[in-house]
Design a protein around this ligand. Structure first.
Ligand code: E4P
Length: 222
């Protein structure tokens, strides 16, 4: 499963990319606002994230209409056409913009995908990713894990190359549940990413290794 960090906080993104477990980063206007990043600062932030080794950087358009989305997308792609993916909300305008961008050779992530129909349309327009919001689906009373599984089944049935990108993840165990359901990628907040390797048993084993390593480096006296 491909993991990404869902954040616009410089230190968090840098640390996540340095951890070796994430392949890239995702942002959106909400995350930028939360991190205090102005739109004018996004190109600088994006270049930093790319310099820190992000293999993929999913940057979201700001406009809500197709023409505006296409203009935003052109500026975002110009930052690094190989590694920047354009994130576009899965609205009617968004699908129109996505189809045009894919035809022009851009890679697109349809975001805020909540329904099977939208997942199918993501496939129809040739999107690379369909971002689904697990936690927000649950907030809305939807069985998010079941829906994610159905979306994956639908995409498989179409031999689709669209990769589901699970977002709005609030518990580390959701990541393995998603992986077992065949979901190909997930983007996580820094706090959840940090908890992924946690295991009390591993910590205990590592502490014992530490004690024994110190003992065998000593003079042999117990
Ligand atoms: C995704 O793009 C969103 O930024 C994020 O995953 C939302 O998470 P939340 O619903 O927990 O705020």
């Amino acid at each position: 499963m491909k993991l990404m960090i869902d954040s616009a906080v410089r230190d968090d993104v840098r640390a996540a990319l340095g951890s070796g477990i994430v392949a890239g980063a995702t942002t959106n206007p909400t995350l930028l606002r939360r991190a205090g990043v102005r739109a004018a600062e996004v190109p600088t932030l994006a270049r930093q994230i790319l310099d820190w080794g992000a293999g993929e950087l999913h940057l979201q358009v700001y406009a809500a209409d197709t023409a505006g989305m296409l203009a935003d997308a052109a500026a975002l792609i110009a930052l690094d056409s190989a590694r920047v993916l354009v994130k576009i909300p899965a609205t009617p305008d968004g699908f129109r913009a996505a189809a045009q961008l894919v035809n022009q050779g851009a890679r697109v992530t349809l975001t805020a995908v909540y329904t099977l129909r939208q997942a199918l349309l993501a496939h129809s327009v040739g999107a690379s990713y369909a971002a689904i919001y697990l936690g927000r689906m649950r907030d809305a009373g939807i069985d998010a894990m079941a829906l994610a599984g159905q979306m994956q089944t639908l995409l498989n049935a179409q031999s689709s190359r669209v990769c589901i990108l699970a977002a709005s993840i609030r518990d580390p165990d959701e990541v393995t549940e998603l992986a077992l359901a065949g979901i190909g990628s997930a983007t996580l907040p820094a706090a959840i990413l940090a908890r992924l390797p946690e295991s009390e048993a591993t910590a205990k084993a590592a502490a014992t290794f530490g004690d024994d390593a110190r003992a065998i480096h000593g003079d042999g006296a117990e």
